[in-house]
Design a protein around this ligand. Structure first.
Ligand code: FES
Length: 124
């Protein structure tokens, strides 16, 4: 099961003609061991981070089918299973692997700075 967390943010960049990207502080590396899932809320938006085989992946944390919080689902190897209707998503690509969800999850860049995990979150 995922853990709820409210991240801190700072502005990462605002390139001309492009939207704002913020750097969201998630947690320390030691707080997300292999196989762990963590949900972060940022301005009403759910972000999910996963440690799959020692690599950190970040993506939208709301299922593309309905409003389920995927960080409350189950991680099975590289797949997170939605707790509501059991669609599975590949956490390395965001791809929806079985219905009822068909649309992929949006993926985000992850930065590791020191011992911390940060996610680059562009405007929706
Ligand atoms: S809400 Fe996730 S599969 Fe329906």
């Amino acid at each position: 099961m995922g853990e709820k967390h409210r991240g801190e943010v700072r502005v990462l960049s605002q390139l001309e003609g492009e939207g704002l990207t913020e750097l969201l502080t998630v947690c320390g590396l030691d707080e997300l061991p292999v196989g762990a899932v963590r949900g972060v809320e940022h301005e009403g938006r759910r972000i999910m981070v996963v440690n799959y085989e020692g690599r950190i992946y970040a993506m939208e944390g709301t299922c593309t089918h309905e409003e389920a919080d995927l960080s409350m689902g189950f991680l099975l190897e590289n797949r997170i299973m939605c707790p509501l209707h059991f669609s599975q998503f590949d956490v390395t690509t965001g791809e929806a692997l079985n219905p009822p969800a068909t649309l992929p999850l949006r993926m985000f860049n992850v930065q590791i700075q020191g011992a911390g995990i940060y996610v680059e979150v562009p405007e929706p």
